[in-house]
Design a protein around this ligand. Structure first.
Ligand code: ATP
Length: 235
């Protein structure tokens, strides 16, 4: 399995009696592309933060702390240093806020992502970046322009390139289309799902916008994954 969660329970420290998530069992197979939808404030970003090890399950879960396994590795057993390395080597992210460095170029922003990926950065070359940018329909004239001088749609595509440059096995996307108009959104989604399929990547994409579900063949409601009233077993 690419993802396996068991008895994962989560509360934020400032509201310890108000669980945000209670997941008896949730699995995602390699190369699946899963769309997870749920209302604003429902816990989608919290779920993604648990999948990347940015958050760890709370202790109060039924049967202890719960298990978060990604690509067969238990994140809940890793040290901070191991987690940092695991994330850099295996997981790519595309967020609502793109977090691109505005005064750097597309190529520089993408190469920056390779800096933390110890065993991969040596293999990534400018030619790899340029190939990806071409695939994402960013014209060579724009490769060395400052990010701030590119359109929102172009910046979104650079963010996809940055997420994919380390060839992650798992890609996590958190409402990345929320600031795009309809045309740019359709373009972004088509490019994203085709690159993910081509590179045999597992994708977990969360959004409140159910209209995006048409790009996916597995659609999970967060309320079916996380049962805050009454627990179900993990079969
Ligand atoms: N750092 C935090 N500390 C305390 N509570 C938090 C924190 N982050 C989120 N929450 C609360 O946890 C719940 C779930 O938040 P989360 O951001 O996971 O929801 P979401 O489904 O991603 O929402 P949105 O679609 O609006 O981004 C909300 O009630 C939110 O207020």
């Amino acid at each position: 399995m690419s993802i396996s969660l068991k008895n994962v329970y989560f509360t934020y420290p400032d509201a310890p009696h108000r669980p945000v998530l209670n997941i008896p069992c949730w699995t995602v197979a390699p190369q699946e592309q899963v769309f997870v939808h749920g209302p604003s404030g429902g816990g989608k970003s919290t779920l993604l933060n648990l999948l990347s090890g940015m958050l760890v399950p709370s202790q109060e879960g039924q049967g202890g702390q719960g298990e978060v396994s990604i690509l067969g590795k238990r994140l809940d057993k890793m040290s901070q240093r191991q987690l940092d390395r695991f994330r850099a080597n295996h997981i790519g992210y595309v967020f609502q806020q793109l977090n691109l460095i505005p005064y750097l170029s597309s190529v520089e922003n993408i190469l920056l992502a390779t800096y933390f990926s110890a065993h991969k950065k040596a293999r990534v070359k400018s030619a790899d970046v340029e190939k990806l940018l071409t695939k994402l329909n960013i014209s060579p004239d724009d490769w060395s322009k400052q990010i701030a001088k590119l359109s929102t749609g172009q910046q979104q595509r650079v963010a996809i390139a940055r997420a994919l440059i380390n060839k992650p096995e798992l890609l996590i996307a958190d409402e990345p289309t929320s600031s795009l108009d309809q045309d740019n959104r359709d373009n972004f989604m088509s490019v994203l799902v085709s690159l993910v399929a081509e590179n045999k990547i597992t994708l977990v994409f969360v959004s409140h916008d159910k209209s995006l579900s048409r790009y996916f063949n597995r659609i999970d409601a967060l309320s079916d994954i996380s049962c805050l009233s009454g627990a179900r077993g993990c079969s």
